[in-house]
Design a protein around this ligand. Structure first.
Ligand code: SF4
Length: 339
């Protein structure tokens, strides 16, 4: 009897989202413009390969602004920062470039607006995640973090008639809806955010995984352990029928034993993962008989964000070229490894 053909289902969309692309290009452009070192507060995006590549080019990653020498340039990561961090940077006369994803900034603005209207804000997200720390720092007295459905029992509010929920941008859509359902059972007047806080990139990557998972014996998600959206992709795959699922930073982390009895391998990558790492995984699989690759397309993406205005302004001033300042796709193409 002939064996079923071994193959790979390759998710689309996968990998870089508009916010990550913008943040990485921000560091690259800053290094080009100001020369190394350029300081970056926290990992610019949650990916080991991206961080180590930028380190080799002269970026210095620090945990706090106090580690940045007075007067130096510091870039804030895609995950966003609390207002207090901007204040600290001002006190230390740092030149700041804010690479916060505009979709995270949108959630910050929602938090500020609801807080000024004196709402209790239930921020669904992972306690301790940088984005959640940044968003809750906008209105600490008004925000309560709700870390998943199991946390709902602990939530108390001042006025159950004046409550709204917001969320981290990179959560599981299904789990968040479960958390909201439970919150609404407790607070029937709970208001929804004005628009989706879970971003388009997170939603699209989960959608593709949901489509592939029932036909997948093994799902390989390329991404780092501290990348929230990547970790969620493994969970979503397992919840929707994949028999096994693993997160790997690099192809050489794949265990040959995972392939035992496996006909169909699903492959995807988190929003902070450069495509070169997915190509490595595909080559690794092809060498082991999984050479047929079938794309599974859940959505088309074309969004691009303009660079942070502080950087665009300096590019214009120093290069005299306005076109350079607004066009950032394709920058550093010759570096290859990050795009
Ligand atoms: S995952 Fe979403 S919110 Fe996060 S950087 Fe990408 S587009 Fe922005």
């Amino acid at each position: 009897m002939s064996q079923p053909e071994k193959k790979v289902l390759l998710a689309a969309p996968r990998g870089y989202c508009a916010g990550v692309d913008r943040a990485v290009v921000t560091v690259e452009k800053a290094l080009e413009l100001y020369g190394p070192p350029v300081y970056v507060r926290k990992q610019i995006v949650h990916n080991k390969h991206v961080v180590s590549t930028l380190e080799r080019r002269g970026a210095i990653f620090v945990d706090e602004t106090e580690e940045v020498p007075e007067g130096a340039t510091v870039i804030f990561s895609a995950h966003g920062v609390a207002p207090v961090v901007h204040e600290e940077a001002r006190t230390r006369s740092l030149k700041t470039i804010d690479a916060t994803c505009p979709l995270v900034t949108k959630v910050h603005r929602e938090a500020v607006r609801f807080a000024s209207d004196d709402y209790d804000i239930l921020l669904i997200g992972h306690e301790g995640h940088e984005e959640v720390i940044g968003t809750s720092g906008e209105a600490p007295e008004h925000i309560t973090i709700v870390d998943g459905p199991a946390d709902v029992d602990n939530v108390t509010v001042r006025d159950p008639e004046k409550v709204v929920w917001l969320s981290q941008t990179t959560l599981s859509v299904d789990e968040t809806m479960e958390t909201v359902k439970r919150l609404r059972e407790k607070f029937p007047a709970l208001q929804n955010p004005p628009s989706d806080d879970i971003c388009y990139a997170t939603q699209n990557r989960q959608l593709a995984v949901k489509q592939m998972a029932p036909d997948t014996d093994l799902m390989i998600v390329v991404g780092s352990r501290n990348s929230s959206n990547s970790v969620r992709l493994v969970e979503v795959a397992l919840e929707h029928g994949a028999r096994a699922g693993h997160l790997v930073d690099f192809a050489d982390e794949i265990d040959e034993a995972w392939l035992e009895g496996v006909t169909t391998v699903g492959v995807t990558s988190g929003a902070s993962v450069p495509e070169v790492l997915v190509r490595d995984v595909l080559s690794w699989l092809a060498e082991r008989g999984y050479a047929t690759v079938e794309p599974v397309v859940a959505a088309e993406e074309s969004l691009l964000f303009a660079l942070p205005h502080e950087l665009s302004r300096d590019i214009k001033r120093l290069s005299g070229s306005e076109a350079d300042a607004v066009r950032h796709d394709g920058a550093f193409e010759d570096a290859g490894s990050l795009h």
